[in-house]
Design a protein. Sequence first.
Length: 437
Amino acid sequence: MAIPKTYHLVTLGCPKNDVDSEHLERLLTGGELLPVLQPGDADAIIVNTCGFIEQSQEQSMEAVRELAAAKRDGQTLIVAGCMTQLYGRQVKEETPAIDHIFGVGQWQDVARLLSVDVDAIFDIPESNVHVAGPSAYLKISDGCDAPCQFCVIPKIKGGLRSAPAGMLVKEAQRLVAAGAKELVLVGQDTTAWGEDLGMAVGTGLPGLLQMLSETVGPDVWLRLMYAYPSRVSPALIETMAALPNVVRYLDVPLQHGSEAVLRRMKRPHNVDRVHAFIRDLRAAMPGIVLRTSFIAGFPGETEEEFKELLDFAREIRFDHAGCFTYSRQQWTGAFGMDAQVPDEVKAERRDRFMRQQQKIAAKQARRFIGRTLDLLVEGTGEDEDGAPVVAGRTRREAPEVDGMVFARGTARVGDKVPVRIEEASEYDLFGRVLSHR
């Protein structure tokens, strides 16, 4: 293989994959490789795949096949990441045009293959600079020790590995110096941070939030994603409420609302406790925005159990909720379970859930009408009449997974400006920019 000078990187899947790709890009550009926009112009094409569920695997394979079909003589095609961690041999057999296969976390090996002296490049592997405009992801941990019967992540990523606090503080400083106005904390289970470092269950994250809050200063938002329900502790709630730059937002993937289904999933199954900690969250932080995700059609799910999920979601009134059909995965406990739910039933239940959730989300969004919220501006443009408009997110919306806010008026990308909310839809808010404070 000739020494490559240019590369094209394709990233698929979740924000945690974005973090890994940014780590690889820092290695490659540090090794003086240049990124190019079109795969046909690159000496090396790299695909960072996703293997979490069947749909993401299919999307990854489709992208790989398209790149392989268009590959020209002299190009190197490298496929890496979650899907190849599980199915590397099969992927190579199905697509012979692939030159090299790597698994999870082998980014230094990829860089070495492309003639990068990785030992000469300083890099922090746990996070990245800009992923969603003025926001940046800070990956505080990787891997997971939870026994969830539907999830293949422990097979792909291994057990929990927390990034040291000192490294995260330095990385937060670097991200803010690079212009980040919001840091989004991610990991397979952010609330488990520190347990592998000897901290008691659920005690590490509150202290880390305190350190990061002091590090980034009062004007940089901190947003917490992927909290595990049994680790949403009184200490975490108290810390979130006490720190003014921790946005009043929490993402807690709950997966179901039926205790029987949750037991089969080997998830926390005390639904009364979920109601209790959500009451505590809302009491400590009135107006807090809650996001969650559910699975429809887990093996053995009855119509009655699914209705329990509908009732549960209706009672709690999540601001944002996604529902995914159960994806049968090898190497998971649920793969061999009896009473697999037919695909058409799973799809119908998902659609039924989302129809209900749209109504709930619309009602939740309307509570912001008449309020003034700080908007982190991500884009500017004009409406159909040529009047200036800005788009961005308030504390209510996380990057890439929630809606947006559109406001009449002017501001620069990266500014935080006050916006008066005048209208709301199921997912988006609409308003006008007030004069800068």
